[in-house]
Design a protein around this ligand. Structure first.
Ligand SMILES: NC(=O)c1ccc[n+]([C@@H]2O[C@H](COP(=O)([O-])OP(=O)(O)OC[C@H]3O[C@@H](n4cnc5c(N)ncnc54)[C@H](O)[C@@H]3O)[C@@H](O)[C@H]2O)c1
Length: 350
């Protein structure tokens, strides 16, 4: 029998507002590929979003609700996909865990360690998968493998800079009012990526936080962060949403090992990624060039996560990020915020 899935939050991530110009297909389309599951219901406090999902081919019959509580009460579900704004994730996670429903939750899974502890206390956090999609792009999988095989020796330092122009006028007002927007929106991808490719964890953080004079952001939109890992790799992470960048790659990554280095310049971590060791080697040349663009890489990563999640729902082995792993990134973000507030280096409890 097909497993039954409900959606919590039907915004742009699961169901793009403008599919043609979107950078991804979204969870709804990805899940519709599988014959092992069916989407049986969805909830969102905004009726417009519920009408949008009912307009999707094959989904006109699903039950829709204005609240997760009502949806979970009235449907016998095997799993849910939580795509509401991050501040609401905790309540819906606790609600679904109380009914032993498996969960795929978008990043950031929760917004701080106080919330994380509430989930851990249920002793059911093993029922949660977290979307950490930077991990599943071709670049990350290739780089992780090269580092694991010690092709450039032990890793001493990483330089990562992120130049995003999110000062444009077409974003909603709330975007400019969020606290530490770079850390929660993108740091949750980048820090998870560092931990994943290095197979390491962050030991301490130091941060300088600011916003440029012209910024429309209420809180700091830019940080210069130094992260030190347990294996003593130092990561220099510069990130801003207030760049005037219109033509440079948003992301630039250099990983320095004792016998060579790896580098990538792209917008959202797309191939090619190179290794330099006496000569330049394209590490992604075996990957289909047709899939090097932004949308294909996002869809590839999302399909890997979807397929893992379907295995998870069917009690098969999977390798999506677990909740206990994902909150190590939340702990790093929380330590960065603390280092900004206290203006000093913060050591993380392992
Ligand atoms: N992994 C990625 O690359 C990626 C990209 C974009 C967004 N996201 C994450 O996806 C999540 C959703 O982002 P989005 O871009 O779809 O946002 P969105 O603003 O487009 O949609 C959010 C939806 O949630 C609904 N909602 C609000 N409160 C709710 C509640 N209590 N219960 C259920 N639904 C509720 C809203 O009405 C809206 O329809 C966030 O956690 C975000 O960080 C991840």
């Amino acid at each position: 029998m097909k497993k039954k899935i409900g959606l919590i939050g039907v915004g742009n991530r699961p169901l793009p507002n403008d599919l043609k110009n979107s950078n991804w297909h979204g969870w709804v389309k990805n899940l519709l590929h599988s014959k092992k599951i069916e989407i049986t219901c969805a909830c969102d406090p905004n009726p417009f979003q519920l009408r949008r999902i009912k307009n999707v081919k094959y989904l006109f019959k699903i039950n829709t609700y204005l609240s997760a509580r009502e949806m979970v009460k009235k449907n016998k579900l095997d799993a849910v996909v939580i795509c509401s704004p991050a501040k609401y994730h905790l309540n819906d996670i606790l609600l679904c865990l109380s009914k032993n429903i498996k969960i795929l939750v978008e990043k950031p899974c929760v917004v701080n360690m106080r919330e994380a502890k509430k989930v851990i206390e249920t002793k059911k956090s093993h029922l949660i998968n977290v979307v950490q999609n930077w991990r599943y792009k071709d670049n990350s999988l290739v780089i992780k493998n090269v580092i694991r095989k010690k092709k450039i020796g032990s890793i001493g330092q990483i330089f990562f800079r992120y130049l995003r122009n999110r000062e444009k006028l077409n974003y909603s007002k709330y975007i400019y009012e969020e606290k530490f927007p770079t850390l929660y929106a993108m740091g949750s991808h980048h820090i998870d990526l560092f931990r994943f490719i290095l197979n390491d964890n962050i030991k301490s953080v130091e941060t300088f936080s600011y916003k440029p004079k012209w910024s429309k952001y209420k809180y700091d939109s830019s940080q210069i962060i130094l992260l030190r890992t347990l294996k003593d790799t130092v990561i220099s992470y510069n990130t801003t949403f207030s760049s005037k960048n219109e033509n440079l790659p948003q992301e630039s990554l250099i990983i320095e090992g004792e016998s060579g280095y790896i580098y990538n310049e792209s917008d959202w971590f797309e191939p090619p990624v190179y290794m330099f060791k006496k000569k330049k080697i394209n590490l992604t040349k075996e990957k289909t060039k047709k899939l090097w663009d932004i949308k294909s890489q996002n869809n590839l990563a999302d399909m890997r996560i979807t397929n893992n999640f379907i295995k998870f729902i069917n009690n098969k082995k999977h390798d999506n990020a677990t909740f206990k792993d994902a909150i190590k990134t939340i702990a790093v973000i929380e330590a960065i915020v603390k280092s900004i507030k206290l203006k000093k280096r913060i050591t993380l409890n392992q």
